[in-house]
Write a protein that binds this ligand. Structure first.
Ligand SMILES: Nc1ncnc2c1ncn2[C@@H]1O[C@H](COP(=O)(O)OP(=O)(O)OP(=O)(O)O)[C@@H](O)[C@H]1O
Length: 258
């Protein structure tokens, strides 16, 4: 289980996330939603070990991540950023192979190469596998970064807006792939999501954040309510049911009177 306890993170003196408590179990898909700048990426980066929280603790199966080596952490937790900062003049194959790094000694084994080829095939990336990562479209890069995390074979997967650059078909394919890993292999996935309807359809649990705090968490029916969407997003919406999941139709922004 991933257990986040009273987590706080500041940039300089500015409090960004405040008193975050989250439990994520194996076989569970959890989406973190909330307006721009509310702290979703910061939360994922703390759990991914990229940022060190100011206060609070993060436990993976009972072990405090601040006591884990970088490699030990990478064998347990995979992180899919929205993009990679800076230039990456290496092939798609090599980016995916980077996912095997926590399992390798000094060079990739036959097994590592086989796994990378398998993931590239499963994500339909064969045609671009020898192209430079830098030259890909935003959506192609997003799929390659997902492939890198799949090749990492971790029990926990953190994904920062994994569908933000993808077309309709690829959004569904990627979320179905993650959902399959969660339900068939018992992976636990935490996703930062903007699309409330995709979050509704694929999540067991939704955590709604506002101004760095959790305002509500529970199943999609408990969280995706007209009242929560109005108070957190400042938007009037109609909530319908589609295939047993809440479906949000935003109607208009709410403007303060006076
Ligand atoms: N390097 C930085 N220095 C200072 N403040 C930062 C830095 N990076 C992010 N922030 C601030 O931290 C806050 C949270 O940012 P974060 O990226 O975690 O939000 P988010 O919910 O993921 O946003 P979005 O939905 O727009 O991606 C924002 O107010 C942002 O301006």
């Amino acid at each position: 289980m991933l257990h986040v306890e009273k987590l706080c993170f500041n940039y300089k003196k500015m409090a960004i996330i405040k008193d975050i408590d989250i439990d994520l179990h194996q076989g569970q898909m959890l989406s973190v939603v909330g307006p721009n700048g509310t702290g979703k990426t910061t939360l994922l980066k703390c759990i991914a070990g990229i940022f060190t929280p100011g206060k609070g603790k993060i436990f993976i199966d009972g072990t405090d991540i601040s006591c884990m080596s970088r490699m030990a952490h990478a064998r347990r937790v995979g992180y899919v950023p929205q993009n990679l900062p800076g230039k990456f003049p290496i092939t798609v194959f090599d980016v995916v192979l980077m996912g095997r790094r926590p399992h390798m000694t000094w060079k990739p084994s036959e097994n590592d190469l086989k796994k990378v080829a398998g993931v590239i095939g499963a994500l339909d990336l064969e045609e671009i596998s020898m192209r430079d990562f830098d030259q890909l479209s935003g959506g192609q890069k997003q799929k390659v970064l997902l492939a890198r995390a799949v090749a990492q074979e971790t029990d926990y997967l953190l994904l920062d807006e994994p569908t933000s650059n993808l077309d309709l078909r690829h959004q569904l394919e990627v979320l179905e792939l993650i959902f399959g890993m969660v339900k068939e292999r018992g992976v636990a996935a935490m996703l930062a999501m903007h699309d409330l309807n995709l979050a509704s359809r694929f999540s067991d649990t939704i955590v709604m954040m506002h101004n760095g705090r959790i305002v509500c968490s529970g199943n999609p029916h408990q969280v995706l309510t007209v009242e929560n969407i109005r108070s957190v997003y400042g938007v009037e919406a109609v909530v319908q049911q589609a295939d047993g999941h809440p479906h949000i139709l935003p109607t208009r922004p709410v403007y303060a009177v006076g």
